[in-house]
Every structure is written in C-alpha cells, then in structure tokens.
Design a protein around this ligand. Structure first.
Ligand SMILES: [Zn+2]
Ligand SMILES: [Zn+2]
Length: 283
C-alpha cells in the first residue's frame, strides 16, 4: 500500500482548508507534502452566498474541483472538499453539515471519495428588522468567531447589496443600520466558507482524518488502498435473551480493486444490546 508514499498532494481550496486537511493526511498516507493550489478559482463552481448557483451535486462538484486543481497545479494528486448544510433528515428540527472529500490520482485517473455528516454545526439565517434582533442572532451564531453575511434580501440578485466575511461588530452594525434605514429590514446569515466558520473547519478536519484512515486500510487479498466501509449489518444480540435486535452488529468493507468483501465487528466494541431496545424482551 505505497500508492501515496513520498508524493506531493495539492488542496483545491482558497479558504484555508489545507490547514486541517494537510495534518490529517500527511503522516497517515506518508506524503512528502500537502500544499494549497495557488491561483485556483473554486467559487466558480458555486458559492454559499448565492452569487454563483450550484448546479452539480456535491460529489460531482467536488470531482470537477479536483480536476480543475490538477489543471492549474500540474500535480497528479489533488484533494477537493465540498460542504452542504440543511435540516438533518431523521430529525428535521436539527441542522447538519455534510462534508464530501474527493481525492484524484492522475497516475491511473482514479477518484477516491468520502462523505461524513456532522450534527455539530453553526448554521442559520434570519430576516431582521432591528439591530437588537441582529445582535441576538449573531450571539446565537457564535459571532465574531464565526463570520456573518448581510444583504438586503434572503435571495441574492445581481446588483443587491451584500457584505460577506463580517467578523467585527462595528462593520456588522454599520451594514445593518444602512440596510434597515433604507429598506426597513435586512437578511443576516452565517458565512459558511471554511475560514469564516471554525465549527465547519473542525468538521472538515474530522472528515479528512476518517478519510485518511480508510485510504490507509489495505485490502487483505490484493493489498489495494481504500478498503472502505460499504455497509452495515443489523442484529446485535440482546444482552438478556440473545434475540437479534435492529442495532448494528457488524460493518462491511469492500475492495474497489478485486471485489473482496469482509465483515468486522463494531468499532466501538459493543457486543450486546440493552434489553430495552429488544423487540422480544420489550415488545
Ligand atoms: Zn482487493
Ligand atoms: Zn431480549
């Protein structure tokens, strides 16, 4: 499993993501170095604040970004990341952050991918009619550590006023005062670019660490890298009656190269389920 050893990896980012992606991958993959790619324009593939609409799904957008990174840098190993935010499907009153990472290896033109969903997120937007309302929202959104965007309306259109990357109360207040003065209201939202949102930056780092571990896991049959988790099996036995419960019993790993599939027990070491989750003991 020496695919990545001694190679230089480019990070297709203008938002400082190499600060968390680099340390996560460097030693685990035995890379020579990890560097941001200069002169890349990742915003042309879509921006959070709506000036450029996203037309591709996050995984496809990430692949296009990685290929753009190859083109600009001339490197044959480039990683790109893409985040999305919204309600958490199993519990829509909570917000979640899905991060996608794509690593492109130009030697054999292969993509390696990883997805991670985190419930820890600082994400929101509010239509505000006063400075007091803005200040209360900003406090909930952990401002000024987390940056804000202010604009006249919820949906941005060409020519509308907008200010991104606000991290000073003075700047926030003058923008809000001017918009509320002329329009009676303004729209305030979190700036989700990684360098403006430390919570998201941490999630990207966590996603990169998980990705690094999967990339460094070799197939026991053919020794290819990225012997990744491809599924889970239910049926963790009940501690009281041994009935198979709905809880996860084992995880499945699959090899993209030779097709080998293996099952391993839960990484948290749990071997039995509490009888309160058993449909036999607790129907
Ligand atoms: Zn294999
Ligand atoms: Zn039971």
């Amino acid at each position: 499993m020496d695919r990545f050893a001694g190679r230089t990896m480019g990070v297709a980012t203008i938002h400082g993501k190499e600060r968390v992606i680099g340390p996560a991958l460097l030693n685990v993959l035995r890379l020579r170095g990890v560097h941001p790619i200069a002169g890349i324009d990742t915003d042309r593939f879509g921006a959070f604040s709506g000036e450029v609409q996203r037309t591709l799904d996050p995984l496809e957008a990430c692949k296009v970004k990685a290929l753009h990174g190859v083109e600009v840098s001339g490197l044959d190993l480039v990683i790109a990341s893409e985040g999305s935010f919204g309600p958490y499907p199993p519990a829509p009153f909570m917000s979640c952050n899905e991060e996608v990472l794509v690593l492109y290896d130009g030697r054999d033109e292969r993509f390696f991918t990883h997805r991670h969903i985190a419930l820890e997120t600082v994400f929101g937007g509010e239509h505000c009619k006063s400075w007091l309302q803005v200040r209360a929202f900003a406090e909930r959104m952990k401002f000024p550590e987390h940056g804000l965007v202010v604009r006249s309306k919820g949906k941005w259109a060409t020519g509308d006023a907008m200010k991104k990357g606000i991290t000073s109360e003075e700047v926030l207040r003058s923008m809000v005062d001017s918009l509320v003065g002329s329009n009676g209201s303004c729209w305030v939202e979190t700036d989700m670019r990684a360098m403006m949102n430390p919570t998201r930056m941490r999630v990207i780092g966590e996603t990169a660490a998980r990705f690094a571990n999967e990339l460094a896991t070799a197939c026991p049959v053919c020794n290819a890298c990225w012997f990744r988790v491809t599924g889970t099996r239910h049926g963790l036995p009940c501690a009281l009656c041994s009935w198979p419960t709905e809880s996860i019993r084992s995880i499945e790993r699959g090899c993209w190269e030779c097709g080998h599939v293996a099952f391993e027990s839960r990484p948290d070491g749990k071997r039995e389920e509490d009888p309160q989750h058993c449909s036999n003991c607790n129907p």
